[in-house]
Write a new protein. Structure first.
Length: 658
């Protein structure tokens, strides 16, 4: 059932079942506070966001979330829905919601009115579920509130308070209650630290007033990179120290120790694993070739299917079990590949990462910041291949970073979202946080070569060859493989349509679509009527035939309005070479000037010239850094303004005198 149909069905049932009820005191108190100033297009404002965490020794952490929202205008912001997650280790003990409509009508709904669902398609089984509660009367001018409580058995004695979001928050409040003798460390991110107030016993309260929203902007990095949060690490007193062994992580080394205790024995070798490793390696004799063969085997022969129950969300299945079942999730696939490599004498190590670059906070040692597992493979000495995704470690030597889950990215490369991010390298006696370095821009390469004929009536005919490598090839392959074969020939249409109004694709073919170690090729030809503009004896046309390098419309931002750094998908190098045959009887009257833009984060060059009677247009676009600080935003905007001007520039042809 679609989201809108699901919401309508729930709301219809709840309107019939909702009980008129007086708003709770905390909801009424929040409503009496002045509404803070908000963005002109804001659909709602949060009057109260409160999280209360109570630590009951080493075996239980309970929490209570309260939230009050003023809906300013009707939109699809989802403010009429509460979604609460739980599993076998985290019980949902209560769930309630209230609303006061603009006309004063009051409603109350409870947990019995909620709909329970399972999450994440592609997971065969997991015990994580969620309950959805739809709040009636949540329209423009309404006040809505909800409260839910949970109890959990923690694997890790930590908590993260994420108090900054897409809506302005009038008051954010966090209350912590610890057993006597316990302490904590607080790590703040992207926000000025606030000191807590201690109340009776071992209770602590943080309050923040008027927290600004995180406003979505083009090319902004992951929300965790820019939003405010506070991470808490709990330290038991002497009485609880022994029971808390392994649950207190105050360093990345301790996080690594925790994961090794969970996963280290999952790499246990078996005769079946040894046999599978030899068979998968085939005739390969060089170590690098054998690594590539085993990596491809796990990528393509082991289906991605997850079974996550309790600690199974963190702990992989045994390698032998994954081999027999022929399926597993990211940590299972990493475990199987690690065991297969060990069977042929090659050492590897788990690396915990997050699939959104920048989501991991280097200052907060925590397993809670990771959602994916890859592998670091120790390359034999003298290995000269597969170097773009490798880096030197001071003790372990050269390590090849590889994601066994990403079937589009072959050994030797990393998916673009992991390039430049952080990962926890796990070894038998601990772990350390490392940076997964970005490769040289020339690794993530795209090249377009065009042979164009321009006719006197303004019609254009062209043949194009496009080649993509590494991250650029992986993303394009994923798009093409998701399409039925007959539709792949139309994949070039958006590129052409972006650059001209009327066109006809005459032929299209894909090369090496599944040759993952090879560049992806796209060959096509097209024609376009009225591409060039005729003005008497003149013909005007844009030498930049296809494609644009404008990453976003930065011109929409006024001085000082940009709030966040600029994030690129990956470092990259794009090049374009065009040969344009000019119409008979015309000669070049005017050419655009060459462009050369150099910055610390990117560069762009273009040149239009006449060589041997042919018009040649060449350009190159290179991104050197994946994150540009906010302080350089004006430089970024100017960079793209100058590219836009170059892309609009025209060649002028004049009819030759008779």
């Amino acid at each position: 059932m679609g989201n809108e149909a699901f919401r309508a069905a729930c709301l219809g049932a709840l309107l019939a079942a909702a009980l008129p009820a007086a708003a709770p005191d905390w909801m009424a108190a929040a409503a009496r506070q002045p509404t803070p100033a908000v963005e002109a297009d804001a659909g709602a404002v949060v009057l109260l966001d409160e999280l209360v965490v109570r630590v009951r020794g080493n075996t239980e952490i309970s929490s209570r979330q309260r939230r009050v929202i003023r809906i300013l205008r009707s939109d699809d912001g989802g403010h009429d829905v509460v979604k609460v997650f739980f599993d076998s280790e985290t019980k949902l003990t209560s769930l309630k919601a209230w609303s006061i409509a603009a006309d004063g009508e009051e409603y109350e709904v409870r947990e019995k009115d909620a709909v329970e669902s399972q999450i994440w398609p592609g997971i065969l089984y997991q015990d994580t579920r969620y309950k959805t509660l739809v709040i009636p009367g949540a329209r423009s001018g309404a006040l809505v509130a909800y409260e839910y409580e949970q109890k959990g058995r923690p694997f890790i004695l930590q908590s993260i308070w994420r108090f900054q979001e897409s809506l302005a928050v009038r008051k954010a409040r966090f209350e912590l209650e610890l057993p006597d003798g316990w302490g904590f460390d607080a790590v703040w991110r992207n926000y000025r630290p606030s000191e807590p107030v201690r109340s009776e016993g071992n209770k602590w309260v943080w309050e923040l007033e008027t927290v600004p929203p995180v406003v979505a902007e083009p090319m902004m990095p992951h929300g965790a990179v820019v939003s405010g949060s506070m991470g808490l690490v709990f330290f038991p007193g002497k009485a609880g120290g022994q029971d808390a062994a392994g649950k207190v992580h105050s360093s990345w080394n301790e996080v690594g120790q925790w994961y090794w205790r969970l996963a280290g024995d999952r790499l246990r070798p078996t005769n079946q694993l040894r046999t599978a490793a030899v068979e998968a390696a085939g005739d390969a004799t060089a170590s690098v070739e054998r690594i590539a063969a085993l990596a491809a085997y796990v990528q393509r022969k082991i289906r991605y299917v997850a079974i996550e129950i309790g600690i199974g969300g963190h702990r992989p299945h045994e390698a032998g079990e994954v081999l027999v079942n022929r399926y597993g999730d990211c940590k299972d696939k990493a475990t199987l590949l690690g065991a297969l490599l060990a069977a042929i004498g090659i050492q590897s190590y788990y690396v915990l990462v997050h699939t959104s670059r920048g989501a991991v906070d280097p200052d907060l040692p925590s397993a809670l910041g990771f959602n994916h597992v890859i592998l670091a493979i120790r390359l034999p000495e003298g290995s000269g291949e597969l170097m773009s995704a490798s880096q030197e470690h001071p003790r372990l030597g050269r390590l090849l970073l590889f994601d066994p889950t990403d079937a589009m990215t072959p050994p030797g490369y990393l998916p673009e979202h992991l390039q430049g991010g952080h990962g926890l390298l796990v070894i038998h006696d601990g772990g350390e946080l490392i940076t997964l370095r970005s490769p040289a821009p020339s690794v993530n390469r795209f090249m377009r070569v065009m042979n164009i004929t321009l006719h006197a009536d303004g019609t254009l005919n062209g043949s194009v060859q496009e080649l993509s490598w590494a991250a650029q090839a992986s993303s394009r392959r994923a798009q093409l493989l998701a399409l039925p074969g007959i539709e792949r020939v139309n994949a070039v249409a958006p590129v052409i349509g972006q650059s001209m109004g009327s066109y006809l694709i005459e032929r299209a073919a894909v090369q090496d679509l599944q040759g993952f170690q090879k560049p992806l090729g796209l060959l096509y030809s097209f024609s376009a009527r009225n591409y060039a503009e005729q003005a008497g004896d003149l013909i005007l046309f844009r030498p930049r035939i296809l494609g644009s390098k404008l990453a976003a419309d930065f011109a929409e931002f006024k001085e000082g309005k940009r709030r966040h750094p600029v994030g690129f998908d990956c470092v990259r190098l794009d090049s374009e070479m065009s040969e344009i045959k000019l119409p008979e009887g015309f000669e070049v009257d005017e050419l655009p000037p060459a462009t050369d833009i150099q910055t610390s984060f990117a560069k762009y060059r273009s040149k239009t010239e006449v060589v041997g009677g042919m018009l040649k247009y060449n350009r190159a676009y290179e991104v050197k850094e994946v994150l540009v600080p906010l302080e350089q935003f004006e430089e970024v905007r100017d960079f793209y303004r100058r590219i836009a001007a170059d892309e609009r520039s025209l060649v002028v042809l004049r009819r030759k005198a008779p």
